[in-house]
Design a protein around this ligand. Structure first.
Ligand SMILES: Nc1ncnc2c1ncn2[C@@H]1O[C@H](COP(=O)(O)OP(=O)(O)OP(=O)(O)O)[C@@H](O)[C@H]1O
Length: 332
């Protein structure tokens, strides 16, 4: 298992969430999908960690593994522990469904799902969904209605639309309702999986600022996003995933100004306000990963050394898994 090095600049408080060596495999009839491999990270109070990477690299599976939401063909190994203030430490991987449902999902770790339209119960209005969630988490029958209106307004959902059913909502409205539902129990850790999908620019910024404010009051957010501009706007730390593994992890400013992994540099070069050149080639199939560095076939810096798997090693400000990193610092 990889040791979790703390990116420099991260506060030295105890983590709310500590993930160590998390690995997820899906069994298919004639293959195994390597969806998440030996993934270690911590999330501290006040930290907004953005997890970025191309489609299919394992970001959503990571979030679902932490909440015990994977289907029956998944095997999950490794450790993930939630240390919420004032509560008993929870083992997210070893805990049974009953414990996760009662004590972890919602109140300990909230999830803004990637496809809210399919996650929302279709036969209840937005108001009913929100009020029921609030009442399940300590609000009284009397104060839940006002709290529902307040939370809806906070996420930019017009309270006048709360009596709509999910199928009467646009994708963006469903997205905001899903965010309101995840925030209603006030969880210390929030996993937000592409929470700005379907929103126009002002609402994207509104949602990102809302997540930032949660962290500023001591909660922690793991933001899964394709949108590097979003990560740059609000993240304290960024973990870049490639083909199921973290390949770089460091404070956002250092990562955006001075990336070490050629893949990170490629993602940044693809931004419209930079070179606007996509990373050449395609990610490998997760059923057929090479033994060495999975990025090597797309990497201009690859050499024979890349035939062996690079270790995710600490460097000056964070961690990188590369035999030929772009930064000056020698691995620590
Ligand atoms: N139930 C499943 N059975 C088999 N493979 C699965 C299953 N669920 C996910 N996968 C595979 O796991 C890999 C990681 O998927 P994941 O949804 O985490 O990607 P992602 O990085 O979140 O991508 P996106 O940004 O497109 O959502 C993909 O190859 C996906 O096809």
């Amino acid at each position: 298992m990889t040791t979790t090095a703390l990116p420099a600049g991260t506060a030295l408080t105890s983590p709310l969430l500590a993930v160590d060596g998390l690995t997820v495999r899906f069994r298919l009839r004639d293959a195994v999908v390597h969806a998440v491999t030996d993934l270690s990270l911590t999330l501290r109070p006040g930290e907004l960690l953005a997890v970025v990477g191309e489609s299919g690299c394992g970001k959503s599976v990571l979030a679902h593994a932490l909440l015990g939401l994977l289907p029956g063909n998944a095997t999950v190994t490794g450790r993930a522990r939630l240390h919420a203030p004032g509560r008993r430490e929870a083992d997210l991987i070893g805990a049974g469904e009953r414990h996760l449902a009662r004590h972890v999902r919602g109140r300990g770790v909230g999830l803004v799902p990637q496809s809210p339209a399919t996650a929302l119960t279709p036969v209840r209005t937005g108001r009913r969904l929100l009020e029921e969630t609030l009442r399940a988490h300590g609000h009284t029958r009397r104060d839940a209605p006002a709290a529902a209106v307040r939370i809806a307004a906070d996420v930019g959902f017009d309270p006048a639309d709360l009596d709509r059913y999910p199928h009467e909502m646009s994708g963006g409205m469903a997205q905001r309702l899903a965010t309101a539902l995840a925030l209603a129990p006030d969880p210390p850790v929030l996993l937000a999986d592409e929470p700005t999908t379907g929103l126009d620019r002002p609402l994207v910024d509104h949602t990102l600022d809302l997540l930032r404010r949660r962290c500023d009051t001591g909660a922690a957010v793991l933001l899964i996003t394709h949108d590097l501009a979003a990560a740059r706007r609000v993240a304290d730390t960024v973990a870049v995933m490639y083909a199921s593994r973290i390949v770089e992890h460091r404070p956002a400013e250092a990562l955006f100004d001075d990336p070490a992994h050629p893949y990170t540099a490629g993602l940044l070069d693809a931004l419209p306000d930079r070179a606007f050149v996509p990373v050449p080639g395609h990610p490998p199939r997760l059923t057929d990963l090479p033994g060495g560095c999975a990025f090597a076939p797309r990497c201009a810096r690859a050499t024979d050394a890349c035939g062996t798997l690079p270790r995710l090693a600490a460097d000056g400000t964070g961690r990188v898994a590369c035999h030929h990193p772009l930064r000056e610092e020698a691995p620590a």
